[in-house]
Design a protein around this ligand. Structure first.
Ligand code: PEP
Ligand code: MN
Length: 297
């Protein structure tokens, strides 16, 4: 137990956990249509890394909906490390997402990279995703504070949990309290996986803050064979859901094909995770206790 937890995080008054006198900690629930993120359900957000074509997205939307996904993901604006990589379809991609929403009824999660795009993306998105490379883009966070849509805030790949909560606090201070935190793996000395999934981040964040926490096993693993087992781990430690990449033909994907599940693999993952959801209830109760700064237990 880190006795500094309390001192470390409690200054984030808008996002820090405040234990009511009854001992029951208040938890935030982000509601999107009839879906509650941070409530009792384990919410699965699935879809391709990037929107590549109408056919690719609509087929994926139908497949993931049928397998039990609650929301559809897909990037129209892609932050790519290389300027030579596919950068996304932009507004055309948003229109395809809009069509998928109409046809399947799935709510849409898509990434916003620049404060200039917040308005147009908010017209199509039910949840605005802030990617790992943008977690500390303060102009973007300020603009998202006023966007009227929930924000899925991904942890910066070299950010501490304190820095992640700092960014969440900026969103809240700017007026947006509908925040979902996402652990997507961090950069460490380990190279066997694309990133190192910091699984402890889930119980820590759920102890020190009242915000929902989901896990992205795809960007953590970097390879599809590891995704289902990391998804199990996320469920068992009490995460509120998953963000998973799925593609009709991962070998031809324009981004993140190696870590994208096929439709069949996604269906199997959804079936595989079921027994772990019972353990999830226990995981949610086994929260480490907050201790006062300088405490000894
Ligand atoms: C993504 O979700 O496709 C993405 C780019 O994720 P991250 O920002 O975590 O790398
Ligand atoms: Mn991706």
């Amino acid at each position: 137990m880190n006795p500094r937890w309390n001192g470390q995080f409690s200054r984030f008054d808008l996002v820090a956990c405040s234990e009511a006198k009854s001992g029951a900690a208040h938890r935030s629930i982000v509601r999107v249509r009839d879906i509650e993120i941070g409530g009792c359900d384990f919410v699965v957000i699935a879809g391709p890394c990037a929107v590549e074509s109408e056919d690719q997205l609509l087929r994926t939307a139908e497949a993931v909906a049928k397998a039990g996904a609650h929301l559809l993901r897909g990037g129209a604006y892609k932050p790519r490390s290389s300027p030579y990589s596919f950068q996304g379809l932009g507004v055309d991609g948003l229109k395809i997402l809009g069509k998928a929403r109409q046809q399947t009824g799935l709510a849409i999660v898509t990434e916003v990279m620049s404060e200039q795009d917040v308005g147009v993306i908010a017209e199509y998105a039910d949840i605005m995703q802030v990617g790992t490379r943008s977690m500390q883009n303060y102009a973007l966070l300020e603009a998202l504070g006023r966007c009227g849509r929930p924000v899925l805030l991904k942890r910066g790949m070299t950010a501490t949990l304190e820095e992640l909560l700092c960014s969440a606090q900026i969103l809240a201070t700017a007026g947006n309290h509908e925040i979902i935190l996402c652990e997507r793996g961090i950069r460490t000395f380990e190279t066997a996986t694309r990133n190192t999934l910091d699984i402890a981040a889930v119980p820590v964040l759920k102890t020190v803050s009242h915000l929902p926490v989901i896990v992205d096993p795809s960007h953590a693993a970097g390879v599809r064979s590891l995704v289902p087992i990391l998804a199990r781990a996320a469920a068992v430690v009490g995460a509120d859901g998953l963000l998973v990449e799925v593609h009709p033909n991962p070998d031809t994907a324009l981004s993140d094909g190696e870590q994208s599940l096929t439709f069949r693999e996604f269906r199997e993952m959804m079936e595989d995770i079921d027994p772990y959801l019972a353990l999830r209830q226990e995981g949610r109760q086994l929260r480490p206790r907050l201790v006062a700064s300088g405490g000894t237990d």
